[in-house]
Design a protein around this ligand. Structure first.
Ligand SMILES: NC(=O)C1=CN([C@@H]2O[C@H](COP(=O)(O)OP(=O)(O)OC[C@H]3O[C@@H](n4cnc5c(N)ncnc54)[C@H](OP(=O)(O)O)[C@@H]3O)[C@@H](O)[C@H]2O)C=CC1
Ligand SMILES: O=C1O[C@H](COP(=O)(O)O)[C@@H](O)[C@H](O)[C@H]1O
Length: 521
C-alpha cells in the first residue's frame, strides 16, 4: 500500500491540483472512521467539518463515514447527536447522514476492531481494483492512543486490493504527552505501529487562515524580508486571550494548565512559522525541517522570565478555584507570560514574548512584531513611543495591519501613529474563510502533511517548556491572582515592558469607516 501524499518538492501547478481534485472526487473510495464518535470533539468539530467539506463538494462521491465508540448507540442516535451542529440545509444534512453509520466497540482488545474491519471490508469489496482511502480520526483522549493504534494496526490496516494509490492515515489530537519524556514515550509507541507518513498530528491553529498565510506573507513580500531580523525588530509578542474561564472543564484543564494547553503547541507553532528561515521548497518536509531548526534554537524558558496567574471572581465569572471540577487549592496557572530567546544569527537578542490566559478582558489571538525606533531621529524623543508594528490578528476578524508614523494632517508639523490596514472583512467581503478543521481534514485526505506536526517538531517544542513545567509542578512558582475580565496580573505588563515592548503613545484606531487617522493628544 502506498501513501501518495502531496510530498512533491514544488508548489503544485493548477493542472496538477485539478488532476488531484478529480482523482479524489471520482476515483477514491474514502471511508472516514471517527473514533470517539460519541464525544464532544466529534460532534462539535470533526463531523461538522466533514459535513462542510461534503456540502462544498470536496469529498469523493464514494464516501462513507463510520462513527466508532464504546457507547451502545444506533445509527440514528449518532445522527441525532451531530445533526444540530451541521450547518446547511436539511436535504444536504440528510444526504450526509445517510452515509454515516455507527459501530460500537471498545478501545482495547480485538473484538471491536474486528467488527469495524468487517464493515470496512464489506463496503470496500464493492469497489474491486479502485484506490481506497481509510482515514482514522482519533477524537479520543491520548491515554488510549497506543491501544487504539495497536487495535487498528492489527485488525484494520490490511486494506485488501491495495494499490499504489490506496492509503491509510491516522489523525491524532493533542495533548501529545505532558512533557518531553511522556511525549517521546507516546511517540515511540505510535511509531512502532505506524510510520510518520501515516500519522497526522493535528494542531488546529495551523489550519487558521492567517497561519496558512504566513509563508506567503513572509517570503513573497520583498519589503519585509530584509527587516525580519534582530537589526530592525525589537521584540515579538504572541498573545492568546479568551474571555471565559474553564466553565466545568476544570478537571481536564487543571491537569494541564495554560502552558500545556495552548503555549507549548498552538503558540509555539506560531513562533516557528514566524521565526523560521525560508524553506528550500514548499514540500511538507522542507517546511517542517526549518520549523524544527528554529525550535531547536529556542532556549528552555526560565522561571525568572515567566509570570503566572490564576483568575479570581470577576463580572459573571466565578473564580477558577470555585469551579467544582477544579481540585481544592489548585496552583494550576490559567495565565502565563513567558519571555523566550532564540539563539541564532537572525534572532539573537530579540525577546519573543508569549502571553496566554483564560478569563481575560477580550477574545483575541494576535502577533505583534514591534520594530526598533529610528537610530538617529530628527523628530524628537516622542518617536521612541511611536513604533512601527506589524500586527497579525488571527481572531476574531482576521486582520493584518502595520502601524506607521505619519504627519498629522493639518497646518502643524506633528507626528502621529496611523496604520496600513488589511481587514479581511472589509477587503475580502463575503469570501468564505474555512474553519481550521475543514482545511486540516481535507489536507489529510489529500495527503499533505505540511500543516501537521512532525515528531521532531514536537520534541523541540517540549524541550523548550519542560524545565519550566517541571519547576511549576514542583511548586517553585505561585500563580498571581487576577480578576476575571482583567488583562491578567500587572506583573505581566512589567515583564513585557522589561523585555522591551513599548506601548505606542496614545494610538487610537478610528475604525474602518470613520475616515479619520489615529490620533495623538
Ligand atoms: N484592521 C483592524 O481591525 C485594526 C484594528 N485595530 C484595533 O485598534 C485597537 C488598538 O490597536 P493596537 O494595535 O492593539 O494598539 P495599541 O498600541 O493600543 O496596543 C495594544 C497593545 O498594548 C497592550 N496593552 C494594552 N494596555 C496596556 C498596558 N497598560 N500596558 C502594556 N500593554 C498594554 C495590548 O493589549 P494586551 O496586552 O491586553 O493584549 C496590546 O498588546 C485594537 O482594538 C485593534 O484591534 C487597529 C488597527 C487595525
Ligand atoms: O486547544 C485549545 O484551543 C482552544 C482555543 O481554540 P480557538 O480555535 O477557539 O482559539 C482553547 O479554548 C482550549 O482550551 C485549548 O485546549
Amino acid at each position: 500500500m502506498g501513501d501518495n501524499g502531496n510530498q512533491d518538492h514544488k508548489p503544485m501547478s493548477a493542472a496538477v491540483k485539478e488532476e488531484r481534485r478529480c482523482f479524489i472526487a471520482n476515483k477514491l473510495v474514502l471511508t472516514v472512521v471517527v473514533l470517539g464518535a460519541s464525544g464532544d470533539l466529534a460532534k462539535k468539530k470533526t463531523f461538522p467539518a466533514l459535513f462542510t467539506l461534503f456540502r462544498k463538494g470536496f469529498l469523493p462521491k464514494n464516501l462513507k463515514l463510520i462513527g466508532y465508540a464504546r457507547s451502545k448507540l444506533s445509527n440514528e442516535d449518532l445522527h441525532g447527536k451531530i445533526k444540530d451542529y451541521l450547518k446547511g440545509d436539511d436535504k444536504t444534512k440528510d444526504e450526509f447522514l445517510s452515509r454515516v453509520s455507527y459501530v460500537p466497540g471498545s478501545y482495547d482488545g480485538d473484538e471491536g476492531f474486528q467488527g469495524l474491519e468487517k464493515v470496512l471490508e464489506e463496503r470496500e469489496k464493492e469497489f474491486e481494483g479502485a484506490p481506497l482511502g481509510r482515514l482514522f480520526y482519533l477524537a479520543l483522549p491520548p491515554s488510549v492512543y497506543p491501544q487504539v493504534c495497536a487495535g487498528l494496526k492489527k485488525n484494520c490496516a490490511n486494506i485488501k486490493m491495495a494499490g499504489k494509490d490506496s492509503w491509510l492515515r491516522l489523525v491524532i489530537e493533542k495533548p501529545f504527552g505532558m512533557d518531553l519524556k511522556t511525549s517521546e514515550e507516546l511517540a515511540d509507541k505510535l511509531g512502532e505501529l505506524f510510520p510518520e507518513e501515516q500519522l497526522y498530528r493535528i494542531d488546529h491553529y495551523l489550519g487558521k487562515e492567517l497561519m496558512q498565510n504566513m509563508l506567503v506573507l513572509r517570503f513573497a513580500n520583498q519589503f519585509l524580508s530584509p527587516t525580519w531580523h534582530r537589526n530592525f525588530i525589537s521584540n515579538v509578542q504572541i498573545c492568546f486571550k479568551e474571555p471565559f474561564g474553564t466553565e466545568g472543564r476544570g478537571g481536564y484543564f487543571d491537569e494541564f494548565g495554560i502552558i500545556r494547553d495552548v503555549m507549548q503547541n498552538h503558540l509555539t507553532q506560531i513562533l516557528a512559522l514566524l521565526a523560521m528561515e525560508q524553506p528550500v521548497t514548499l514540500s511538507a518536509d522542507d517546511i517542517r525541517d526549518e520549523k524544527v531548526r528554529v525550535l531547536r534554537a529556542l532556549s528552555p524558558v526560565a522561571l525568572e522570565d515567566t509570570v503566572l496567574g490564576q483568575y479570581t471572581a470577576g463580572g459573571d465569572t466565578k473564580a477558577y478555584l470555585d469551579d467544582e471540577t477544579v481540585p481544592k487549592g489548585s496552583k494550576t496557572p490559567t495565565f502565563a507570560t513567558c519571555v523566550m530567546r532564540i539563539h541564532n544569527e537572525r534572532w539573537e537578542g530579540v525577546p519573543w514574548i508569549m502571553k496566554a490566559g483564560k478569563a481575560l478582558n477580550e477574545r483575541k489571538v494576535e502577533i505583534r512584531v514591534q520594530y526598533k525606533p529610528p537610530a538617529a531621529s530628527i523628530h524628537g524623543e516622542v518617536i521612541d513611543q511611536m513604533r512601527n508594528e506589524l500586527v497579525l490578528r488571527l481572531q476574531p476578524d482576521e486582520a493584518i495591519y502595520m502601524k506607521i508614523v505619519v504627519k498629522k494632517p493639518g497646518l502643524e508639523m506633528e507626528s502621529i501613529v496611523s496604520e496600513l490596514d488589511l481587514s479581511y472583512k472589509q477587503r475580502y467581503g463575503d469570501t468564505y474563510i474555512p474553519d481550521a478543521y475543514e482545511r486540516l481534514i481535507l489536507d489529510a485526505i489529500r495527503g499533505d502533511q505540511q500543516h501537521f506536526v512532525r515528531r521532531d517538531e514536537l520534541r523541540a517544542a517540549w524541550a523548550a517548556f519542560t524545565p519550566l513545567l517541571h519547576a511549576i509542578d514542583r511548586g517553585e512558582a505561585e500563580p498571581q491572582e487576577y480578576p476575571a475580565g482583567s488583562r491578567g496580573p500587572p506583573a505581566s505588563d512589567i515583564l513585557v515592558s522589561k523585555a522591551g515592548f513599548v506601548k505606542n503613545a496614545n494610538y487610537l484606531w478610528k475604525g474602518k469607516n470613520s475616515g479619520q487617522a489615529g490620533d495623538i493628544s
